[in-house]
Ligand binder design. Structure first.
Ligand SMILES: C[S@@+](CC[C@H](N)C(=O)[O-])C[C@H]1O[C@@H](n2cnc3c(N)ncnc32)[C@H](O)[C@@H]1O
Length: 391
């Protein structure tokens, strides 16, 4: 009988009976998919089902994910400082004549709430704030949060079923590319394997490598891989950015996520890749257990993302660390506006700023990448410390 928590993860909190039953239903769907595919699926397919299978995947079902009660904390979940600082960058783009904002993958809806509140204070509200969210459950949570906590601006918010074919907007995505399915590859002395997933005898799943073919092999052959290195390639993230770039008639896209340029991503010392799972604030590297109950992510290869943006016809506007971006946007001015003597207001801000900008926390691992069309001059967030040359 398959156990949700294997021995090496037995110290993690045990799932409830409901969660166990839920995981069993998603596991059955994945097992059937593997059988239907002849006994093997790519890890990208597995990850897609584990995260996004309608009604069952980690993001699609009603599992609690965000904040201290969930599995992980994202920048908007720390408090409003991230959104109000990002609003400064958004205001510059909106004032150039771009009317709308599209947020991709809005999670709990807190970033939308904080951005809209801050933009209202700057007297720079977008005409429309559109959210593209694949999870029906999260869409419902976003609708409730915005109606409850920002009722006076909620009328500007609407939800999209697909990205428009022609976009004149500021597009924002925080921690979305890392949730897009990735293929796993291993470099051998004489070729490249793709590591996929097969059914185990105990109703669980096991890894199964086979020679890489098609688009995965083609992408892997362009990478600086040393024999023995296992890593990931997100064809889905590349395709998403290329399509977005081609659709962007006027405006900018700002993508914020953890990741590196290609040289660092596939560095021989990172020989195990970047795959990570998050379950109740424990991070580990086994995506084949706790099916549907944990987040699965890979870091973003920002060189590949920049290539995809250029292939879609856009211009790259900037690439830098999150700390540098937020400092350029004026995070310190925002803090200075609250007197330090007002400890009840100032200390939470200081704690947020520390987590958002400290190199030991989100400041350096998280990067901000922007591209677009029809915007003259430098974006505020990249005026100092732009690192496009490293991509
Ligand atoms: C890690 S969460 C980040 C949520 C939020 N942006 C934040 O920072 O708190 C990933 C979000 O992206 C959504 N998502 C994943 N893939 C997506 C896609 N292809 N299109 C739109 N949303 C997607 C998920 O449902 C979820 O809302």
């Amino acid at each position: 009988m398959h156990r949700l928590l294997p021995d090496h993860l037995s110290h993690l909190p045990a799932p409830t009976a409901d969660a166990t039953a839920h995981s069993g239903r998603l596991g059955a769907l994945i097992r059937q998919t593997i059988d239907d595919a002849g006994g093997w699926i790519s890890f990208a397919r597995y990850m897609d089902l584990a995260l996004h299978a309608p009604g069952l995947g980690y993001y699609s079902a009603g599992m609690h994910k965000f904040g201290s009660e969930g599995d992980f904390v994202t920048a908007p979940e720390l408090g409003p400082l991230f959104g109000s600082t990002l609003a400064r960058q958004a205001a510059q783009i909106l004032r150039s004549g771009v009317g709308d904002i599209i947020e991709v993958g809005a999670g709990s809806g807190r970033l939308a709430r904080d951005l809209l509140r801050a933009l209202a204070e700057l007297d720079c509200l977008p005409q429309r704030y559109c959210i593209l969210e694949t999870s029906a459950d999260l869409r419902a949570r976003q609708q409730m949060l915005l109606a409850r906590e920002a009722p006076q601006i909620a009328s500007r918010v609407s939800w999209l079923d697909a990205m428009p074919a022609s976009i004149e907007a500021l597009v924002i995505a925080n921690e979305v590319l890392d949730a897009m399915p990735a293929h796993i590859i291993t470099a051998r002395n004489d070729g490249i394997d793709e590591v996929g997933v097969t059914n185990a005898a105990d109703d669980g799943f096991v890894w199964q490598p086979r020679a890489a073919t098609g688009a995965v092999l083609e992408a892997a052959q362009t990478l600086p891989l040393v024999p023995g290195l296992t890593s990931e390639i997100s064809l889905a993230a590349r395709a998403f950015v290329k399509t977005l770039s081609a659709s962007l008639r006027r405006g900018a896209a700002i993508l914020i996520d953890y990741g590196f340029p290609q040289r660092e991503y596939y560095h021989p010392q990172r020989s195990g890749g970047t795959l990570m799972c998050h379950y109740r604030h424990h991070a580990h590297a086994d995506p084949l257990c706790l099916v549907g109950l944990q987040d699965i992510t890979t870091h973003v290869d920002f060189s590949a993302i920049a290539d995809a943006a250029i292939a879609g016809g856009s211009e790259v506007f900037g690439y830098t660390g999150q700390a540098q971006f937020l400092i350029n946007c004026g995070i310190t001015d925002l803090m200075a506006a609250t007197p330090a003597e007002d400890t009840a207001a100032y200390l939470p801000l200081a704690a947020q700023a520390q987590t958002l900008t400290s190199p030991a926390e989100m400041g350096e691992l998280f990067k901000v990448f922007a591209f677009g069309r029809g915007f003259d001059g430098a974006l505020t967030g990249f005026v100092r410390g732009d690192r496009c040359h490293a991509l």
